[in-house]
Design a protein around this ligand. Structure first.
Ligand code: MD3
Ligand code: FE
Length: 238
């Protein structure tokens, strides 16, 4: 597959910097790129965007957020079956799910308090990699204890898909799976490490994706183990 194939993250619309800059997106995403299918365009990967010091600083901000807005267990709409991933949010809006459905709302579903403010490192990240003119409105915080998975899904609860979703991984490595715009499209997987950032814009914004598994003991960042994923989102149209 040529270096300029359709999954080239340089097409993502994120600001570019020289290839030697550690904060520029990487071109080769997958070890098995010769044998695996193309992905929708608009996908960018910044391995190690946050170094060890920056990860600890960001983690400290997330700990303070979770102290104010405790992790809750979302329920599947209609069935009420619990998710295995626990969640919280920061920013003006947060994603919640219960028997009534999926939605964004300004308050924590259990405490009724407004979500904590978006911390500065996440505001800066959005400005640096989203390529979008307005601020992120929601940061969904997912916590994966050992053994937790997230099935293949699309993110389409937002009112607009004009802005990308920006994801940050912290803690144990995860096997991330991404496919196409249809559930049955071929998928490929990649390891997400602590400090990695992914940007899903353009057609990739509606790609199916999920987490197959978390690799226990693969990072020392979280003392209790497991993995945190932060996703920065625009919910309303600008
Ligand atoms: C591709 N989170 O919060 S992050 C989610 O690791 C979610 O917690 C996973 O899927 C996690 O909805 C995957 C990567 C990710 C996040 C959002 C996306 C990929 C995406 C939205 C659109 C396309
Ligand atoms: Fe998702």
């Amino acid at each position: 597959m040529p270096a300029s194939s359709s999954n080239d993250p340089r097409r993502a619309g994120a600001p570019m910097s020289p290839p030697s800059d550690p904060l520029s997106p990487q071109v080769s995403l997958f070890q098995d790129s010769a044998a695996t299918p193309d992905l929708p365009e608009g996908f960018a990967y910044y391995p190690g965007y946050f170094d060890d010091k920056a990860q600890h600083m960001l983690l400290d901000e997330i700990r303070q957020i979770i102290a104010q807005a405790p992790l809750f267990t979302p329920l599947m709409p209609k069935t009420g079956q619990p998710f295995s991933v626990r969640m919280s949010n920061c920013g003006p809006l947060g994603w919640v799910s219960d028997r009534a459905g999926y939605r964004y709302q300004p308050q924590h579903p259990e405490t009724g308090s407004p979500w904590p403010l978006m911390p500065d490192p996440l505001t800066a990240l959005w400005e640096n990699v989203s390529g979008f003119s307005g601020p992120a409105e929601a940061c969904l915080i997912n916590y994966y204890a050992d053994g937790t998975r997230m099935g293949l899904h699309q993110d389409r609860d937002e009112e607009t898909f004009d802005a990308p979703v920006v994801s940050v991984s912290l803690g144990d490595e995860a096997v991330f799976r991404i496919g196409g715009l249809k559930r049955k499209d071929p998928t490929r997987s990649m390891r997400l490490k602590s400090g990695d950032v992914l940007v899903f814009g353009g057609p990739a914004r509606l790609a199916f994706h999920g987490i197959d598994r978390v690799i226990k003991g693969s990072s020392a960042l979280l003392k209790q183990g497991g993995r945190l994923n932060l996703t920065l989102r625009r919910v309303t149209a600008l």
